[in-house]
Write a protein that binds this ligand. Structure first.
Ligand SMILES: Cc1cc2nc3c(=O)[nH]c(=O)nc-3n(C[C@H](O)[C@H](O)[C@H](O)COP(=O)(O)OP(=O)(O)OC[C@H]3O[C@@H](n4cnc5c(N)ncnc54)[C@H](O)[C@@H]3O)c2cc1C
Length: 413
């Protein structure tokens, strides 16, 4: 099978690249092993949340120029594509608030206020509560659901001058769920909170928080993974304005974003080889000519250009061996900030050097192999070296802007 571009990995970087290239009229295919980190995304995207000293960044647009020279934003200037990334999300039907000029404060799954670039509509942020003049919030949990930390959220709200009360609700369907073998986790709960069962939940919430008792309700984001319309429907049924708070683990807002992006990509004509993995590549001089996948057997995928968007250690695109880091599928060169054991800091809560390891690229983001750039193979997203998505809160920004940078480069070839 032959395409204009084959994309390895269907996370935020791969889907952004695929959508952008399909919009330009090019034929693309994505091969993707499994769930991407979007499945765990809180519903907020970071462009640059913290600087090198771990200080919160107020304006990513200003702070990016102070990053190290080997950071992908600085090497390529790709962060200027942030508004284009926000537009791509909007075109996919994903309404997010925020801008690259000023970070806002999302409420994290541990209840703290953390800087973010874009946040999914309907999720609570300190700014949207302040803008609406909220003085009293009711934080409503679910009986037996332990992945929600109302007291921590209350303490964050109190720092923002918002008084909070804590309540808990349940319904017959949720009570039954506590008795069966399904764990009370956000993704499982959202599978049962549909149709009539969602109506019963709205009734329970409206009974627990009477109109006028609070300016706003904060509720865990456990609605909408099967059908994003349900996410909006619960908000409409609530008598008091309702906002969702992020939860840990597999995360409903991230699933909604992933579902919408996938649907936009396939509607544009993109093809996804789901549950398949690229396991090897055929190189001819400085070009990659085809990739082999686990499921296609002796068949291969050929393309004029390829994008490696397979993520990092979390997605097993990079592997840490006892003596070195490797990229196992195509044998690409690794750019690492240090050798073992210096890759691992002793303090678990400090930035870990290994997070900045990634695939070596030239400034145009061509992958390096055997010390030379591969002319038609680009690297996007968490696979890139030089950024630490965790300590910088830059992962989504790097994923989307690198994918757009590459898509523009391919279109102008
Ligand atoms: C658990 C977790 C939660 C996060 N939460 C947030 C958040 O809330 N906000 C935020 O801004 N950032 C978050 N991040 C940062 C995240 O890294 C980036 O936001 C970004 O989503 C990374 O996207 P990616 O497409 O580069 O990689 P990934 O999301 O890792 O996607 C890579 C995809 O490639 C596939 N793949 C791997 N190897 C192969 C192969 N050989 N062949 C084919 N497919 C392959 C994987 O299965 C996966 O689907 C989180 C990261 C993690 C790990």
């Amino acid at each position: 099978m032959k395409f204009d571009i084959v994309i390895i990995g269907g996370g935020l970087a791969g889907l952004t690249a695929g959508i952008s290239l399909e919009e330009k009229g090019l034929s693309t295919a994505i091969v993707s092993t499994g769930h991407s980190s979007l499945h765990f995304n809180t519903g907020s995207f970071g462009l640059l949340g913290y600087d090198a000293d771990r200080k919160p960044v107020a304006s990513p647009a200003d702070a990016i120029s102070r990053l190290a020279n080997n950071h992908p934003y600085v090497r390529t200037g790709m962060a200027s594509l942030a508004p284009q990334a926000a537009q791509l999300l909007a075109d996919a039907g994903i309404t997010m608030a925020g801008s690259e000029a000023h970070n806002h404060l999302r409420i994290s799954p541990t209840g703290i206020a953390a800087p973010a670039w874009l946040t999914l509509e309907g999720m609570a942020t300190v700014e949207n509560l302040r803008q609406q003049g909220v003085k009293r919030a009711a934080i409503v949990g679910i009986d037996g659901y332990l992945d929600f930390l109302p007291r921590f959220i209350a303490s964050t709200l109190e720092k923002a001058g918002i008084a909070a009360t804590v309540k808990s609700v349940t319904t017959d369907a949720l009570r039954l769920m506590r008795k069966n073998e399904s764990e009370m986790r956000a993704a499982n709960i959202s599978r049962i909170l549909i149709g009539d069962r969602l109506d019963r939940l709205a009734e329970a919430i409206n009974a627990a928080v009477k109109p006028g008792e609070a300016d706003v309700i904060l509720f865990p984001a456990v609605v909408g993974s099967e059908n994003p319309d349900e996410y909006a429907r619960l908000r409409r049924m609530s008598a008091t304005p309702l906002y969702y708070c992020a939860t840990p683990g597999a995360s409903v807002p991230g699933m909604i974003i992933g579902r919408q992006l996938t649907s936009r990509y396939t509607r544009l004509g993109g093809m996804i080889f789901k549950g398949d993995s690229v396991v090897a590549g055929q190189f001819d001089g400085d070009r990659l000519t085809e990739v082999k996948t686990q499921n296609l057997g002796s068949d291969s995928l050929r393309a004029d250009n390829f994008i490696f968007a397979a993520g990092s250690f979390f997605s097993h695109a990079l592997e840490a061996l006892p003596d070195r880091i490797v990229e196992p599928a195509l044998g690409l060169d690794i750019d690492s900030p240090a050798d073992r054991p210096e890759l691992f800091g002793k303090d678990l809560f400090e930035p870990q050097p290994f997070m900045k390891a990634g695939i070596a690229t030239d400034p145009a983001l061509h992958a390096m192999r055997g010390g030379r750039p591969v002319a038609n193979l680009y690297v996007a997203g968490a696979a890139l070296a030089g950024a630490d998505s965790l300590s910088e809160a830059s992962g989504s920004g790097v994923a989307m802007t690198s994918a757009l940078f590459i898509s523009n480069a391919i279109a102008h070839k």
